[in-house]
Design a protein around this ligand. Sequence first.
Ligand code: S3P
Length: 172
Amino acid sequence: TKIPLRQKSIVLIGFMGVGKTSIGKAVAAKLYRDFIDADQVIEEAFGMDTTEIFQTYGEQVFRKKEKEIIHELCKQKLKIISLGGGAFLQEEIRNICLQKCIVFYLDLSWDSWKDRISLLIDSRPVLQGKSLTEIKQLFLERKAIYQTHHSTVQTDALMIEEVAEYIVEALK
Ligand code: S3P
């Protein structure tokens, strides 16, 4: 069944640590809607955090669960949903989100992002053991995927509240 545009959930994508969760919460507050962090739902399903899921079961098991959960979340109306940075690498996830939801890509330049690495490294298994050059390559590869077909919000010069405001305005 087709969801009317105004009832569609909003999905936020982008690289790890660009602020998908904080911005998602701010958008949800402005629109009086519920916020859902897809990674948190995955962590609750396993009863452990992402790093432990990767260590215990491996990335593939995480990705499979990620796909199932996002599939279910996208069926809901009027939600604000933030996805993990790797979710949009899966074609099925891209398709379901684009079909059922309104997708915003939160873009941040490499120069701004790289200052956040030390804050992220401990909780992001995908970054662990990689050199800065390798991380930059991953960042740029993924940017190409995120950018395709979605509304981009360039966040370098904006505060969380400003990004949220931009998204709310873009919906009007
Ligand atoms: C991942 C990003 C993480 C989390 C997992 C894998 C990725 O989410 O889903 O560690 O592959 O980029 P955030 O983007 O919220 O950090």
